[in-house]
Design a binder for this molecule. Structure first.
Ligand code: GDP
Length: 533
């Protein structure tokens, strides 16, 4: 028998993997779609975690239960399932209205994203931000236009909007027969003579049956079908046809229509993940060159989560396997320090359930328990040293001074703040004017402060007072630039040092103040911190 831990096994298993995330605006139907995908496919990681078809309490509700228990959505769990002999890893992105660095980091660990669009609402703010990150990271995007069972916008108009606003060409793979709210079926552009018709089973069953109609049966759908075929032809004539090369290059996005709630078009989307999404490939290294999937083990820590499970006080580092085979118990090296890390407690993390994991291949995600030393962006490897490029840090737009509610708890306070900085929950800055006793917490989204307040109180036993500062813009400068800003009476702003890497940041209320700084101090150019936009 072949050795399941060999390079050959990694080379065989990697092409079987599809690792992806769903990006969307809240309420577009991400949880519903996740559940529908998992029910359609066979969840393999933890038997029993996905309940029966008619049961709404599926795996996504486990995520939600966890969020509710914590009061906030802070998890990024992973769902693994099989479809057509492929292993799909669906990474959850936190689904709250606000966005945070966590979501961005998840996108560093996937090979493809499904952009979920509400047919009635079209493109929304959060989708736009996440799409920008995909573009920046070169993650190819498949589009799913959801809620076609309800009145909504016109299909062509939605495609126009995607093209105009996101500057990416939509290439429909499926096309709806009937306008939103009056859907009779879908046409698969690769099989245009047929219509896939969906009928809701009576008695409240959720999943609609899919039937393939051809010939007279398809023709009997009349005008709706004729219109759909005409539209598809029109689109094909303008070149809006799926093309693998431009899709992988981020220039086109294959588009699918459906309704996650009634299971319409979900199978076709799953097939698309298998057929269109790229498998794990060679990964870029910081020093140049690439790490092939059949090299020795390497992995990227993309998320660190403390105390996911209330009954075990621990920290889990989520690692995406990039090359080779991960075996539980193996000792890996952390590139940042050169120190070994034992992986005795490795889990595949599935909703709230944990199952011990023995082997993982490129594309899979492993949760390492007791991962005290690991931080997002870390590379782990065996053999010769390798390191992936650093995770982009995002330009924070919110700043708040943190102080302990109870001065007697300052030790717990310092420990908690240091830990949250290390995990990347917020970035901690020290202001020269305010001193170390009053660290400034910098966040990409204000929800990050809720997480801080909650965890500081419940986990570290040091409730915090937060004083929000009137700054919304951070730029990088040097120490002399920072000093000039602090001394200036003309420019409103303040300099701070980032604890994590010692970078000096200049904070301003807005870009006009940054502009006046640059005019006032031309010797201290400001650099943008923005990596994602
Ligand atoms: P999330 O916030 O993106 O995770 O969205 P949810 O999955 O919680 O869905 C938000 C709402 O939209 C819920 O009430 C869902 O039942 C509903 N929904 C999701 N998908 C569909 C769909 O295909 N059709 C209809 N009519 N409603 C849907």
């Amino acid at each position: 028998m072949n050795d399941p831990t060999s390079a050959a096994a990694a080379a065989t298993q990697a092409p079987r993997r599809r690792t992806f995330a769903v990006i969307s605006h809240p309420d577009a139907g991400k949880s519903t779609l996740t559940e529908a995908l998992a029910l359609h496919a066979r969840a393999i990681t933890s038997a029993g975690a996905v309940h029966g078809k008619g049961d709404r309490r599926g795996v996504t509700s486990d995520w939600m239960a966890m969020e509710q228990a914590r009061g906030i959505s802070v998890t990024s769990a992973v769902l693994q399932f099989e479809h057509r002999d492929r292993v799909l890893n669906l990474l959850d992105t936190p689904g709250h209205a606000d966005f945070s660095e966590d979501t961005y980091r998840v996108l560093a660990a996937v090979d493809c994203a499904i952009m979920l669009v509400d047919a009635a609402k079209g493109l929304e703010e959060q989708t736009r931000k996440l799409f920008d990150v995909c573009r920046h990271r070169g993650v190819p995007v498949i589009t799913f236009i959801n809620k076609w069972d309800r009145p909504g916008r016109e299909a062509l108009e939605l495609l126009d909007e995607i093209e105009r606003e996101f500057r990416i060409q939509p290439t429909p793979v499926t096309w709806p027969v009937g306008i939103a709210g009056h859907m009779t079926g879908l046409i698969d552009s690769r099989d245009p003579d047929a219509v896939l018709r969906y009928t809701r089973a009576p008695g409240g069953e959720r999943a609609a049956e899919e039937e393939r109609l051809t010939g007279e049966e398809a023709a009997a759908l009349g005008e709706d079908r004729d219109t759909a075929l005409e539209e598809l032809e029109l689109l094909a004539a303008t070149g809006a046809v799926h093309d693998r090369e431009t899709f992988l290059a981020g220039k086109t996005t294959p588009v699918f229509f459906g309704a996650a709630l009634s299971n319409i078009g979900v199978r076709l989307l799953l097939d698309a993940v298998v057929d269109l999404a790229p498998p794990p490939g060679p990964r870029e290294l910081a020093a140049g060159g690439h790490r092939p999937v059949d090299a020795e083990f390497s992995g990227l820590v993309f998320k660190v989560q403390a105390n996911m499970d209330r009954s075990h006080r621990d920290r889990i580092a989520f690692v995406r396997v990039c090359s080779g085979v991960f075996e539980r118990g193996m000792t890996v090296t952390r590139a940042a320090t050169g120190r070994p890390f034992a992986t005795k407690y490795a889990h595949s993390v599935f909703g709230q359930e944990r199952s011990s994991l023995e082997l993982a291949y490129p594309g899979d995600v492993v949760g390492l328990v007791n991962a005290g030393a690991l931080t997002p962006g870390d590379t782990l490897y065996t053999g010769k040293k390798v390191e992936f490029p650093p995770m982009p840090t995002f330009a924070p737009e919110h700043f708040a001074v943190a102080r302990p509610m109870d001065i007697g708890k300052s030790k717990q306070f310092r420990r908690g703040i240091a830990q949250l900085d290390e995990e990347g929950v917020v970035q901690v800055l020290i202001s020269l004017l305010r001193g170390e006793q009053a660290p400034v917490l910098a966040a990409v989204g204000p929800m990050q402060y809720d997480v801080v307040a909650h965890r500081m109180e419940h986990e570290f036993g040091a409730a915090v007072k937060l004083e929000h500062l009137p700054y919304n813009l951070a730029r990088a400068t040097d120490a002399a630039g920072g000093a000039a800003l602090d001394a200036s009476r003309l420019v409103h702003g303040e300099s701070m040092t980032r604890v994590k890497d010692g970078a000096v940041l200049a904070l301003f209320p807005n870009r006009w103040h940054a502009g006046s700084f640059e005019r006032e101090f031309p010797d201290h150019p400001l650099e943008s911190l923005i990596a994602a936009h």
